[in-house]
Design a protein around this ligand. Structure first.
Ligand SMILES: Nc1ncnc2c1ncn2[C@@H]1O[C@H](COP(=O)(O)OP(=O)(O)OP(=O)(O)O)[C@@H](O)[C@H]1O
Length: 335
């Protein structure tokens, strides 16, 4: 295991299996299952190992059903691992020690605010401050900051159950950060938010991480979000880490192709180009992209320059959405 003490998050062969009942459809099957239950085991996370240093913002991405939420739940102590070890800030999360809980926050887009929805936002904020023992001397300042930065003033007197999704998420973020957590787990935090609300959210997270030095782990299917916030990407697939590195290198790592982007000279015969690679996109009539195997990029570039004499040529990795789409579709296990 690598330097577990120097890391804020350390995960070593972490595994989670669920035992779920199996039942065929229909009344007869329902009756039979009352006396003879059958189960199957779903391995959601399989011997996962990685570490996260203090102050990093890490994007945890992967297809549906890859094991992201299950991992987040183990790292925040909601789920007990089946095997392996997780340590966050030196604590084993499943023990749910008060000191550990007071230093982390989990925000889930699917369940932004827990607790009674009849209470007002102000009640929730003050209750959270008490629960996390925020010193009385700073409570008012903290609340004022949240009101200002997240625009919560107008919502303070409203019942949580009457809030829209976007308002709920703003409140949830305020609640998650009011005790100044050192590690923040964000699980699909901007799901369903409009573009402007999502942007505000990202700005606040980025600012919070930069000013407090907090460590952030983010799962998201929005690549722009991951791109905006994360220096490092962990790609999880079928419960195991498939890639660990920068977003820029991800395309190079996953895709066997590169794209030659050409601005064509007037009158160029596109059929000539088709011989050198698959034409993948034509944003403008005089532009074309050719998909070319990585190994033959240099040779193909030379041939295209000689034969088609384009006005401009650049070699780029394919767009990340395209790469991930191809990768997710190619998975044998599905989700
Ligand atoms: N409580 C549970 N009981 C049985 N199986 C579960 C349970 N929770 C998760 N799973 C299974 O574990 C696997 C991983 O699920 P998980 O929710 O961690 O995926 P995810 O990467 O977060 O997916 P998504 O992007 O769709 O949110 C899936 O096959 C899922 O069906």
């Amino acid at each position: 295991m690598t330097a577990i003490r120097d890391r804020v998050i350390s995960v070593d062969r972490l595994t989670k299996s669920f035992r779920t009942p199996v039942r065929a459809a229909g009344l007869r099957a329902a009756a039979t299952s009352l006396v003879r239950r059958r189960h199957r085991t779903v391995r959601a996370v399989s011997e996962l190992s990685f570490g996260v240093d203090a102050g990093s913002v890490v994007g945890f991405i992967g297809p549906n059903g890859a094991g992201k939420t299950t991992t987040m739940k183990m790292l925040t102590g909601i789920l007990h691992p089946t095997a392996g070890v997780a340590q966050v800030l030196g604590h084993q999360p499943h023990r749910r020690e008060p000191e550990f809980l007071s230093k982390i926050a989990l925000l889930r887009g699917s369940q932004p605010i827990s607790g009674p929805s009849e209470l007002t936002v102000a009640d929730h904020v003050r209750y959270r401050c008490l629960l996390y023992r925020v010193p009385r001397s700073v409570i008012d300042d903290r609340i004022a900051e949240l009101e200002r930065v997240l625009g919560l003033s107008a919502l303070m007197g409203r019942q949580v159950r009457g809030l829209s999704l976007g308002q709920r998420m703003r409140v949830a973020l305020g609640l998650a950060l009011v005790h100044r957590p050192a590690v923040i787990f964000l699980d699909e935090p901007t799901i369903g938010l409009d573009a402007s609300a999502a942007l505000t959210f990202r700005r606040y997270i980025a600012e919070y991480a930069a000013t407090t030095g907090a460590t952030v782990m983010l799962t998201s299917h929005y690549l722009t979000e991951v791109e905006a916030l994360c220096q490092r990407i962990l790609l999880i697939d079928d419960g195991t880490i498939r890639y660990d590195g920068t977003l820029t290198d991800l395309a190079a790592n996953l895709s066997p192709w590169k794209e030659l982007r050409l601005t064509l000279s007037p009158g160029t015969d596109r059929e000539v180009l088709r011989r050198h690679g698959e034409i993948v996109d034509r944003p403008e009539p005089d532009q074309i992209s050719l998909r070319v195997p990585r190994a033959s990029v240099a040779r193909t570039t030379a041939a295209v320059l000689a034969e088609a004499e384009p006005l401009d040529l650049s070699v780029v990795d394919p767009p990340l959405e395209t790469v991930l789409d191809a990768y997710y579709r190619s998975r044998p296990c599905g989700s």
